[in-house]
Design a protein around this ligand. Structure first.
Ligand SMILES: *[C@@H]1O[C@H](CO)[C@@H](O)[C@H](O)[C@H]1NC(C)=O
Ligand SMILES: *[C@@H]1O[C@H](CO)[C@@H](O)[C@H](O)[C@H]1NC(C)=O
Length: 154
């Protein structure tokens, strides 16, 4: 009996552990990269971002840039000082904390008029999942013993 439970526990770990070690790298905009007239809201919608994952902004250096901003600036497209920009054309941002994150292009009016802005929600990393019911609760005692408990409690 105990060894059977142990086997189940090991099987669960075997499934979960590879996911813990794996961080995902997202190329923003996929093949299109970081550019104007792309629907980044739609791009981000079906993706799950977690702490430890990476965003890669790919573009021709000089044409665009990347600013990490807050929600107000994102909505307003207020361009921050140039020295805060990422400008390499292959900018990698590691998602370090959970929560809402915003990125805009600061070149010309790409943010305000061409939709070059990305908002995502970053979840906790795999290693610290939300509390879930432990597997042992699903292997509850058989109905006969539950009946026995209710009788003894009477
Ligand atoms: C957002 O960033 C701007 C520019 O850095 C700053 O002035 C503003 O106070 C920030 N807003 C919030 C809600 O943090
Ligand atoms: C956002 O835009 C509004 C209206 O244009 C302005 O009043 C406000 O100061 C702007 N906020 C920031 C953070 O730039």
């Amino acid at each position: 009996m105990a060894s059977k439970l142990l086997n189940i526990a090991l099987a669960v770990f075997a499934i979960v552990l590879p996911a813990v070690a794996m961080a995902t790298e997202f190329t923003v905009g996929d093949d299109q990269g970081w550019t104007i007239n792309f629907d980044y809201e739609a791009w981000a919608k079906d993706k799950v971002f977690r702490v430890g994952d990476e965003l890669v902004f790919k573009y021709t250096a000089g044409r665009h840039n990347v600013f990490k901003v807050n929600g107000t600036v994102f909505t307003n497209c207020t361009i921050p000082p140039p020295n805060e920009a990422l400008t390499t054309g292959n900018d990698v941002i590691t998602l370090a904390t959970p929560g809402r994150k915003w990125y805009i292009c600061g070149v010309n009016d790409h943010c305000a008029n061409y939709g070059q802005k990305l908002a995502i929600t970053v979840l906790e990393e795999w290693a610290s999942p939300a509390p879930a019911p432990s597997p042992s609760t699903t292997t509850a005692p058989a109905p006969s013993s539950a009946y026995g408990i209710s009788v003894s409690g009477h």
